[in-house]
Design a protein around this ligand. Structure first.
Ligand code: ATP
Ligand code: MG
Length: 239
């Protein structure tokens, strides 16, 4: 059953339209990829979904409920969390203080202890650095903290905007192993990713966003098809 649906979504800034009718779905436990060149509108799509960029049309449904146009904090409490591009953790605060801020996005205040335990099982390094300043962590650890901060709100749908940015291949693999585990636990995981090969190989479906529209959808089998991947990403030759 579809847990998450974006239907014909339109968004932009000022006089500029950026998204021209984007539709996608994710079911419980599915990992969905979104790839596309710089400026295609990937971050705008996530912003429009979580309520930080104004919608100009279309709808977002979570478990059948229309959440379009609701305030960002209401959307988080309903179970949709974003790990933003560039992580945006609070570098002057400790690891546990960052996680505590994430807890404010929970629907159910009783489960806080369990949520923190789950995070520490998934990212033990955050326990080791619990009281350290977040800004002192390595890039990979900061990304883990950003994911953990979103996770403690118990999202049903987790959106991640370029989680591999600036990380070495080994660390990227580590982060993606965790994302797969999160999806296997039943969360729908939607990942915007520059590393098209990587995400296409792992995701149930990978949508190609170009110029504000979904232009193609790739399957896991397409990950090995270099020509198809390149054509989908850049458009047909001659464009
Ligand atoms: N706050 C803003 N105000 C005005 N225009 C914006 C704003 N944010 C993004 N844009 C414009 O919207 C378009 C889409 O940007 P967006 O950041 O969504 O792309 P992206 O696919 O996430 O790119 P990248 O791969 O570089 O992260 C671009 O033309 C960008 O310049
Ligand atoms: Mg972006």
């Amino acid at each position: 059953m579809t847990l998450f649906e974006v239907r014909d979504l339109r968004a932009g800034y000022g006089k500029v339209d950026v998204l021209f009718g984007v539709s996608l779905t994710a079911s419980k436990g599915e990992l969905i990829g979104i790839v596309g060149p710089n400026g295609a509108g990937k971050s705008t799509l996530f912003g429009a979904i979580v309520g930080t960029v104004g919608l100009r049309g279309g709808s977002v449904f979570l478990d059948g409920e229309d959440i379009s146009g609701k305030r960002p904090e209401d959307i988080v409490r309903r179970g949709l969390s974003l790990v933003p591009e560039g992580r945006q953790i609070f570098s002057g605060l400790s690891v546990i203080e960052n996680l505590t801020l994430g807890l404010t996005g929970r629907r159910d205040k009783h489960g806080e202890k369990g949520a923190l335990e789950r995070v520490h099982d998934l990212f033990p390094v955050l326990t080791t650095h619990r009281d350290h300043q977040a800004g002192m962590l390595s890039g990979g650890q900061q990304q883990q903290l950003a994911i953990a901060r979103a996770l403690v709100a118990d999202p049903r749908v987790l959106l991640l905007d370029e989680p591999s940015l600036g990380l070495s291949p080994t660390v990227v693999k580590d982060v993606f192993d965790r994302l797969i585990a999160i999806a296997e636990s039943g969360t729908a995981v939607v990942i915007v990713e520059q590393r098209a090969h990587l995400v296409t190989r792992l995701a149930e479906r990978t949508h190609v966003l170009r110029a504000g529209k979904l232009q193609a959808t790739l399957t896991k089998e397409d990950a090995a098809d270099e020509a198809k991947l390149t054509a989908a990403y850049f458009g047909n030759s001659g464009e």
